[in-house]
Ligand binder design. Structure first.
Ligand code: PGA
Length: 248
């Protein structure tokens, strides 16, 4: 069984100053050489400040998105190589909060290729809306999203995060995806990866309202290898408790 993976997605919850404060506090709340791979993804504006705060720790830096352009006339662009130079090892791609602004599977697939080419490890997010789940089409939708978003991926390390949109906190959602439902979907995702002989180097995560109290129930080490956590990951003590909960 590979090491569990805990990825904190700080979204825009923390200002740059607060991001540094949380990163500094993580130095105390996360044990040295944890038996969990620990990643945090601060906002873009916070990255250059958080990177030095995490130096000489076992906590790895990630970004929340990447642009398609590498240089030139791209207003607001975010170059993959620059993320790498800032110290990022991971990058979240296709998060539902990005897809809600019009990002398609085709764009996500392109971003995945751009990230890989720059040597960043992509965290590909997929997940259905409540309306789709209510229509009984969740599995078909998620697997199609997976196939399309991975269209340009051939090999290399990849993290796939199953995040049902209706279970993500902060959108007025009250839905909780049970560990059983998450594991069932993860099994289907593993099936697609396996039939395409792509399982090697691919880890599957769950995300959506996970806390220290619930995290261990989602991670069985076979179908789900860790969690992508939003709000709860912005509290250093809670992050530390999640690491502990995943330490077997
Ligand atoms: P949440 O967010 O843990 O706050 O629900 C998860 C995510 O969107 O990655």
């Amino acid at each position: 069984m590979s090491r569990p993976l805990l990825i904190g997605n700080w979204k825009l919850y923390l200002s740059p100053a607060k991001s540094v404060a949380v990163a500094t506090a993580l130095r105390r709340s996360v044990p040295h050489t944890p038996r969990v791979t620990c990643v945090v993804c601060p906002s873009f504006s916070s990255l250059p400040l958080v990177a030095p705060a995490l130096k000489r720790t076992d906590i790895v830096l990630g970004a929340q998105d990447v642009g398609l352009e590498s240089a030139g006339a791209s207003t607001g662009g975010i170059a993959a190589a620059d993320l790498k130079a800032l110290g990022c090892r991971y990058v979240i791609i296709g998060h539902s909060e990005r897809r809600a602004t019009g990002e398609t599977d085709a764009i996500t697939a392109q971003k995945l290729a751009v990230a890989q080419a720059a040597g960043l490890l992509p965290i590909l997010c997929i997940g259905e809306s409540l309306a789709i789940r209510r229509r009984g089409k969740a599995k078909a939708f998620v697997l199609q999203q997976l196939r399309r978003s991975m269209a340009r991926w051939t090999k290399g390390n990849l993290v796939v995060a199953y995040e049902p949109v209706w279970a993500i906190s902060g959108h007025g959602n009250r839905g909780i995806c049970t560990p059983d439902d998450a594991l069932t979907m993860a099994q289907a995702i593993q099936g697609v990866l396996k039939t395409r002989k792509r399982r090697q180097g691919v880890r599957v995560l769950y995300g959506g309202s996970v806390t220290a109290a619930t995290i261990a129930r989602y991670v069985d080490g076979k179908r789900i290898h860790g969690c992508l956590v939003g709000r709860a990951s912005t509290y250093a003590a809670e992050y530390g408790r999640m690491v502990k909960a995943l330490t077997r």
